[in-house]
Design a protein around this ligand. Structure first.
Ligand SMILES: [Zn+2]
Length: 224
């Protein structure tokens, strides 16, 4: 099942939410931001998590393009025979995601990150970057993780690399949090020329804000 718009997100059950991976979720502009956006209403009082277990995480990683479909399938098969590790990695992934989200949302709001969150993401970043290997290819070299890597945490490594790239070398003045007043909370890089993007998506939060403004103007006109 594919859910096509984020509009439906308020009414979906957790099981449906997990398989509700759709192109509208990949609006962040960096894998770490898209991963942070696997929670709907992330800045609101009742966040809704689209990831429910390790398999869901690996499916998301394949849809996001951070691992290949083949790697995701292999890791999902491995997770079934290693349920303890699978559960541990999934919990670690969620804790990593929330620390990452607090750091990034804080930057977008002009706040300094909590050292505890930095320490938490450093654990995963160290794990990820420490396993990178240089490989010679025709015409150059590639820095990547070994093919056939069996560790279930493998899905987190490209996300951690994306986070370290963004924090250490990205243009953080372009990092934004959706201006939606219901608590959408999604994060994205504003790549618009005049740096004027305010909403995660014009089809969703942006459209609602526009419709709201239109409605208020109409009401004012009727009242005057
Ligand atoms: Zn939004």
């Amino acid at each position: 099942m594919v859910i096509n718009t984020k509009h439906i997100r308020t009414g979906i059950r957790p099981q449906e939410a997990q398989i509700g991976i759709h192109p509208g979720m990949f609006i962040g502009g960096a894998p770490c931001l898209d991963f942070a956006n696997t929670v709907d209403w992330h800045a609101g009082g009742a966040p809704e998590d689209r990831l429910q277990d390790y398999a869901g995480l690996a499916e998301w990683a394949a849809a996001a393009g951070v691992v290949t479909q083949e790697t995701a399938r292999r890791l999902i098969r491995a997770s079934r025979v290693r349920p303890g590790e699978s559960e541990r990695v999934f919990k670690r992934a969620l804790a990593f995601r929330e620390s990452m989200y607090r750091i990034l949302a804080g930057i977008a709001q002009g706040r300094r990150p909590d050292p505890k969150d930095i320490a938490a993401v450093n654990g995963v970043i160290g794990d990820a970057l420490g396993r990178l290997q240089l490989r010679a290819e025709t015409g150059g070299f590639r820095l990547d993780w070994p093919e056939g890597e069996g560790k279930l945490a493998r899905v987190l490594w490209p996300i951690a690399r994306s986070l370290s790239d963004l924090l250490a070398a990205g243009d953080l003045t372009r990092l934004r949090q959706c201006a939606d007043d219901r608590g959408c909370g999604w994060l994205f890089m504003d790549s618009s020329r005049n740096r004027s993007r305010r909403w995660c998506s014009m089809d969703d939060c942006g459209n609602r804000a526009k419709a709201g403004r239109h409605f208020r103007r109409l009401k004012e006109r009727v009242a005057s």
